[in-house]
Design a protein around this ligand. Structure first.
Ligand SMILES: O=C(O)CCC(=O)C(=O)O
Length: 261
């Protein structure tokens, strides 16, 4: 039984041109409650923000969700792909008072993958501009830019560029300073709504300025048709895989196919 919405009409076209779409009510109450519980359990580790990643590699709710919820089909439908493989998952909790903005960035230059990557970001709480909505520059995924990766502190603030001499990357403009030159969008989300966005789209996340409203988000990254192993790119060695050669489809035991049409 599929447990995620199948109502994806029109989304693939929009995703292709904008690089980001919202799917309302994507999760059933069952999965919403399961993921919320799993996040609470994980938070007991006492880490901050960026530290919670790849939970799906251990048996448990996150893994069950990634492999068995039907999300792979949703991802392939939106991304116009015949298959989807699982890269990793990550949770982003901005507690009340976490004012730090997650700086403007693109994701894919950090990872050893060329070709299409789609992230699903699922709201586990109501999300809006006051408690940490994600912002996007629609269409920026198609600019053909590969922005230089940078390190951040555990709250997401810029620290320093890495790969400073690598000519495949360009430095990122100060999008915050030039906000008025871009079309910037965000969505207010209800729990269970899902954002799907491209690995190259320019995005950021606002701070949580509220004193009472948590903002829990659960992100899962997938590779699609034409995604290839490209270890010449990236800074995330933990996403490399010796069983793959340069140019192989990004599918392996470590990065399993979760949907195949
Ligand atoms: O949820 C957040 O705070 C940031 C999420 C993000 O940047 C991402 O998933 O790539």
């Amino acid at each position: 039984m599929d447990i995620l919405t199948k109502d994806t009409a029109g989304l693939a076209e929009k995703y292709k041109s904008e690089g980001v779409v919202v799917v309302r009510g994507a999760l059933t109450p069952y999965w919403l409650e399961q993921l919320r519980a799993a996040v609470e359990e994980e938070l007991k580790r006492g880490e901050r923000y960026f530290a919670y990643r790849n939970m799906r590699s251990q048996p448990g709710i996150f893994q069950d969700f990634c492999l068995h919820s039907g999300i792979g089909r949703l991802v392939a439908d939106i991304g116009g792909s015949s298959w989807a493989s699982l890269i990793f998952d990550q949770m982003f909790v901005k507690e009340p008072g976490t004012r730090t903005q997650t700086g403007w960035h693109t994701d894919q230059p950090y990872w050893p993958v060329a070709g299409p990557i789609l992230t699903t970001w699922i709201a586990l709480d109501p999300v809006d501009a006051d408690n940490g909505a994600l912002e996007f520059i629609p269409g920026s995924h198609a600019w053909g830019k590969k922005y230089r990766p940078f390190t951040t502190d555990q709250l997401g603030s810029f620290v320093d560029y890495v790969k400073k001499d690598d000519p495949q990357y360009t430095d990122m403009p100060d999008f915050e300073a030039e906000r008025d030159q871009h079309r910037i969008v965000h969505w207010d989300l209800a729990p269970g709504d899902l954002l799907a966005f491209d690995g190259f789209i320019v995005h950021s996340a606002m701070g949580n300025r509220t004193s009472t409203r948590r903002r829990r988000g659960y992100a899962v990254r997938f590779a699609l048709d034409q995604a290839r192993y490209y270890p010449n790119q990236g800074v995330a060695e933990w996403l490399e895989d010796n069983s793959l050669s340069l140019g192989d489809p990004y599918v392996s035991e470590k990065f399993p196919r979760v949907f195949n049409r």
